[in-house]
Ligand binder design. Structure first.
Ligand SMILES: Cc1ncc(COP(=O)(O)O)c(C=O)c1O
Length: 441
């Protein structure tokens, strides 16, 4: 450093020492020597003093006091389907989204092995620059066909699909209206977009209509976001009503089919099939490859213009790696098997209905679940939900508790995910064990 710059630095440092310093965290690139950070409180420099970490510590401490083990991050040692091996024990499993039992199917595994043998394990970069593999186009074409849509595009993550699509498509002059229970990925995308964001009460088209009447005219584009099957409650939106409203108010409608594709409709084709509506009545069909389709990733299906725009410009597609072939291939194989073996969807419907009816007969509170793959049992207290999950796990039944703040305290619950391979006997055993645990609690 030259003499004059050194001199200037010393003068600035001396000035700074005299000036009271706000207790803010140093910004990235702050070049002051370490002793100059003395006025920054120690707790602002520690991860274990971060409010998020403290929240986790508080939950852990609560669980420890109740004598419960951590119900999260359990290690499944084999294939997680209707059953799973956890901690060296075979369990009944109601905590996976393997709705059609296709993750682990030997034919799906083989598709992954064949793809990896042909293309290796990575496509290395964005498909735009590092190139496509044939499986990308085949998968997207199959998704577009399933939706009877003009085109489809697949992203490497379902979460990134929503973040990128909403974040890119909408802007500060636009309005996003979403169901209050919408998934975090859509919320993050909406926030990223800079659009005005308003939540409407869950599954309440009248409330949506009132918001549109009040706000629509102040904005350029308007997007309504709903889910095909809500994963906390297992209920569905009245799609025809939402379509009618969005048409009248000249808005776009986006349906997140993460949990409804593969589950709803006679052939598992989702909310569209469930209500028998035309594909183009919804502007943006979104879904994930990670649940019924036994893979990983997400997709958007819709008009050619929409898909092309996302393919060329959506950051999570353009600036992120393409789906590895061994991930795309099993998802495509799963989609084909779902269509060739509609009995899987029929079995899923049957066992889900059986679970719902049995639970209702036992006077358990299943909320608004329609009995399609997702059935909550609402117990009204987070500690009780945690205790019940623990008690069932002790008996070899794996089911997740959903605790406050994920849901309001009075709606704390156990959430059961059904798979087409569950049997009525497994459901009976589980519900009987739950009733016993409830009596003991
Ligand atoms: C409704 C909904 N949308 C999007 C996602 C994100 O999908 P993925 O986990 O495949 O990234 C999820 C994940 O569970 C979801 O439930």
């Amino acid at each position: 450093m030259s003499a004059s710059r050194e001199d200037l630095k010393q003068r600035l440092l001396a000035q700074a020492r005299r000036r009271p310093r706000p207790a803010a965290a140093p910004s990235v690139g702050d070049a002051k020597p370490p002793e100059e950070h003395g006025a920054v409180s120690e707790h602002l420099t520690r991860f274990d003093a971060h409010p998020a970490y403290q929240q986790i510590a508080l939950i852990r401490e609560g669980a420890r006091r109740l004598g419960l083990s951590d119900p999260f991050f359990k290690v499944h040692e084999g294939i997680a389907g209707a059953t799973s091996r956890i901690d060296g024990r075979d369990c009944l499993n109601f905590a996976s989204y393997n709705y059609l039992g296709l993750s682990g199917d030997p034919r799906i595994n083989q598709a992954a092995c064949d793809a990896v043998a042909r293309h290796g394990t990575s496509v290395s970069a964005s498909r735009m620059v590092a190139g496509e593999r044939p499986i990308h186009g085949e998968l997207e074409q199959a998704i577009a066909e399933a939706y009877q849509a003009e085109d489809a595009v697949a992203f490497v993550s379902g979460h990134a699909t929503n973040v990128s699509t909403l974040g890119y498509l909408m802007g500060p002059r636009d309005l996003i209206l979403h169901d209050e229970y919408i998934h975090n990925s859509a919320l993050v995308g909406a926030q990223l977009s800079g659009a005005r964001r308003i939540a409407f009460p869950h599954n309440d088209p009248d409330a949506l209509e009132a918001l549109l009447a009040r706000h629509r005219h102040q904005f350029e584009r308007t997007l309504i976001v709903i889910e095909g099957l809500y994963s906390m409650d297992g209920d569905v939106p009245a799609l025809p009503r939402f379509i009618e409203i969005k048409r009248r108010h000249r808005a776009w409608l986006m349906v997140d089919e993460a949990h409804s594709f593969g589950v709803l409709g006679q052939h598992g084709l989702g909310l569209r099939e469930h209500f028998g509506v035309a594909s183009e009545a919804v502007d943006i069909w979104m879904g994930t490859l990670s649940k019924s389709l036994a893979g990983c990733g997400g997709y958007i299906a819709g008009s050619r213009a929409l898909v092309e725009m996302l393919r060329y410009l959506a950051p999570g597609f353009l600036y992120s790696v393409g789906l590895p072939a061994q991930v795309a291939a099993p998802a495509l194989a799963a989609l084909r098997l779902m269509r060739q073996e509609p009995e899987r969807v029929a079995r899923l419907h049957e066992i889900s209905r059986y679970f719902l009816e049995r639970a209702r007969a036992l006077e358990l509170d299943t909320g608004h679940s329609i009995g399609a793959a997702v059935v909550p049992v609402i117990v009204g207290s987070s500690p009780l939900a945690a205790r019940l999950s623990h008690a069932l796990y002790e008996q070899g039944i794996n089911v997740q508790p959903i605790l406050h703040p994920a849901v309001p305290e009075q709606s704390a619950r156990l959430r059961f995910f059904l798979c087409c391979d569950h049997t009525p006997q497994q459901v009976d055993t589980t519900l009987d064990a739950l009733i016993t645990a409830l009596k003991e609690a």
